[in-house]
Design a protein around this ligand. Structure first.
Ligand code: TXA
Ligand code: MG
Length: 315
């Protein structure tokens, strides 16, 4: 499709923030950094604004989106918090944890955001740019990752432009994101926590914070969520996992001390590897090599989230 806008990339600051908030209030999506990945944010109470997110991303169908709030009061206005939910919010907000909670009847959220479900996914991000944008626009913001549907998530403003140039009016540039992986999604229940998407807040952290068992999988609502589609976060080239060395036509993404083209963390630090993962995939995808290979990543801690994204990239 032809570009409809020329996308403006502005360094985050007071002026850029005001401009972004005006666009949000006019129902336009804006790309904005969070501590996980850059999000494509729009007014979660406006059907047209939410529909514009889907059209910019080229997403074929409407799946529920995460709603971002600036503080706990805003979250309480949108959803019912059980004691376990309160405990998790207390411990991990602001931060990379999304809670799936019963939506309040008077929330005012667009039905496109919840996709008609009785629940809403809420997140209170730590990044000052995203929180300032929510405050300045005075709206809860729906925000999936700011990339074309199915592609590699953006951890830098350049990644957003490479994928959505001409599709969105503005990118707030605040450098590389710190976590580099999408938030953990959890649905707190009375006696257990359902882990819907692994992320920076690990299974162990959730269990230790609540004293409850953490079980994997979807809730009782069957949703075909983007993060749960087989192929997602996918480069345009074939990806081979658990590679110990590169074949002639491969670009090898390494981990720990090993010969490779780019290393996620020479010191084998999983947090660092998570922060570098999507940028490395972007670089490998743009390289001259025909295929991408990735070294084995240990499954412990945040390694679970890294392996989850890699499996989808290779699917
Ligand atoms: O790190 C992040 O979470 C990023 C940044 C931009 O904040 N956002 C993000 O949003 O990944 P999004 O909208 O792409 O996440 C959508 C995921 C779906 O894949 C689904 O798994 C889950 O959120 N989700 C949303 N609403 C849900 C609901 N009511 N029940 C279960 N899962 C839900
Ligand atoms: Mg995404």
């Amino acid at each position: 499709a032809n570009p409809v806008y020329s996308t403006k990339s502005s360094r985050y600051g007071a002026e850029a923030l005001r401009e972004a908030a005006l666009l949000i209030r006019a129902g336009e999506p804006v790309a904005v950094p969070t501590e996980t990945v850059y999000g494509l944010a729009a007014d979660a109470t406006d059907n047209h604004a939410v529909a514009a997110i889907y059209s910019a991303k080229g997403r074929p169908s409407f799946n529920p989106l995460i709603v971002h709030v600036a503080d706990r009061d805003m979250a309480h206005a949108l959803a019912h918090f059980s004691p376990v939910a309160e405990m998790l919010a207390e411990q991990f907000w602001p931060g990379p944890l999304t809670l799936v909670l019963p939506v309040k009847a008077e929330s005012g959220l667009s039905h496109l955001v919840t996709a008609g479900l009785p629940t809403v996914a809420l997140r209170l991000p730590a990044h000052p740019a995203m929180r300032a944008l929510i405050r300045e626009s005075g709206r809860p913001l729906a925000a999936p990752s700011a990339n074309r549907s199915g592609g590699i998530s953006p951890t830098r403003a350049e990644h957003v432009l490479a994928s959505l140039d001409g599709k969105v009016r503005m990118v707030l540039d605040e450098g590389p994101t710190s976590e580099g992986l999408e938030s953990t999604i959890a649905a707190p229940e009375a006696s257990q926590i359902r882990l819907l998407r692994p992320g920076p807040i690990t299974e162990t952290m959730l269990a230790e914070a609540t004293g409850l068992p953490v079980v994997a999988g979807k809730g009782d609502v069957a949703i075909e969520a983007p993060g749960q589609l087989e192929s997602h976060y996918a480069p345009s080239k074939p990806v081979r996992l658990d590679a110990l060395r590169a074949e002639a036509d491969e670009y090898l993404i390494g981990f720990g001390l090993m010969p490779c083209h780019i290393n996620l963390s020479p010191e084998a630090d999983l947090r660092e590897a998570g922060a570098n993962l999507f940028a490395a995939l972007h670089i490998a995808d743009a390289s001259a090599s025909a295929r991408i290979a990735v070294a084995p990543i240990p499954p412990e801690g945040i390694g679970a989230a890294i392996n989850d994204r890699l499996k989808r990239a290779a699917a």
